[in-house]
Design a protein around this ligand. Structure first.
Ligand code: ATP
Length: 235
């Protein structure tokens, strides 16, 4: 085990009511890494993200961030440690415009990006600053969702299927953004269905099945592991 894991998840379990969804997740993400969770629909990837964020009430085991245990903490406390989740449904306020959406989230700690910095990263959002949330394309919504979490100053970004439903050229743009964020020192945990995309941004991949990590594949071994991976994913 690397001693410098920023996020260390061990034996993490989670339940929705009586449904036992996570059965002991084990994985870690070092500072500055981009790591994916790959797996079939329903494997528990989103639940893992939500559990790390404290958004699943019933959880057991351990998920430490910078050495601080998050299991048992409320989600607002976890956010203040420096973790932010960009949910699959993106969480844009439809009735607000782009600028208002970005001003709204509380800047939870030092180092949150200013509006100018965010517009520097996403020039398209500056062009669309007065457009209402409902008027944005899928790609613009995804950029706005990422922009909002960058405003919080979080160091660990949990991105849940950021490329879902987006046109290939926009997917490439999201990839550029993720690589830029990595070069700025952000640590990123990414849920992806699209392993071709995952291969263009990530350092390592964890395969999730039935609420457990069943394999870890370094990105530089992905091409020789393709048959195995396709077996896991059933594609
Ligand atoms: P997907 O890509 O489909 O989102 P996933 O790997 O992210 O897949 P989860 O969304 O974590 O999977 O779902 C894991 C399991 O938990 C599924 O069986 C799902 O039906 C169940 N589940 C998810 N959300 C809830 C909920 N709010 N209440 C009850 N069960 C849920």
């Amino acid at each position: 085990h690397k001693p410098d894991a920023l996020l260390k998840v061990s034996g993490l379990e989670a339940w929705y009511g009586e449904s036992h969804i996570l059965h002991g997740m084990d994985f870690e993400v070092a500072a500055g890494e981009v790591v994916t969770l790959l797996g079939r629909n329903g494997a528990g990837k989103t639940t893992t993200m939500k559990s790390i964020m404290g958004m699943v009430a019933k959880r057991k085991g351990s998920a430490t961030f910078g050495g601080t245990e998050t299991v048992g903490l409320a989600s607002n406390r976890i956010a203040r440690l420096g973790i932010a989740l960009c949910p699959e449904e993106r969480g844009i306020f439809a009735s607000l415009n782009v600028r208002e959406n970005m001003v709204l989230p509380p800047v939870v700690q030092e180092g949150g990006m200013s509006l100018d910095e965010v517009y520097g990263l996403f020039p398209r959002l500056l062009e669309r600053a007065s457009s209402q949330g409902t008027k944005l394309s899928g790609g613009e919504q995804q950029m706005l969702a990422i922009a909002r979490i960058l405003r919080t100053g979080a160091k660990l970004l949990l991105l849940d299927e950021p490329t879902e439903g987006l046109a290939p050229v926009i997917v490439q743009h999201i990839g550029d953004i993720i690589r830029q964020l990595k070069s700025r020192g952000f640590t990123i945990l990414l849920v992806e269905q699209n392993f071709h995309f995952a291969a263009t941004v990530a350092d390592r991949h964890y395969v999730v099945e039935h609420g457990k990590v069943i394999d870890m594949i370094p990105n530089d071994q992905l091409s020789q592991s393709m048959d195995k991976l396709k077996g896991y994913l059933g594609v």
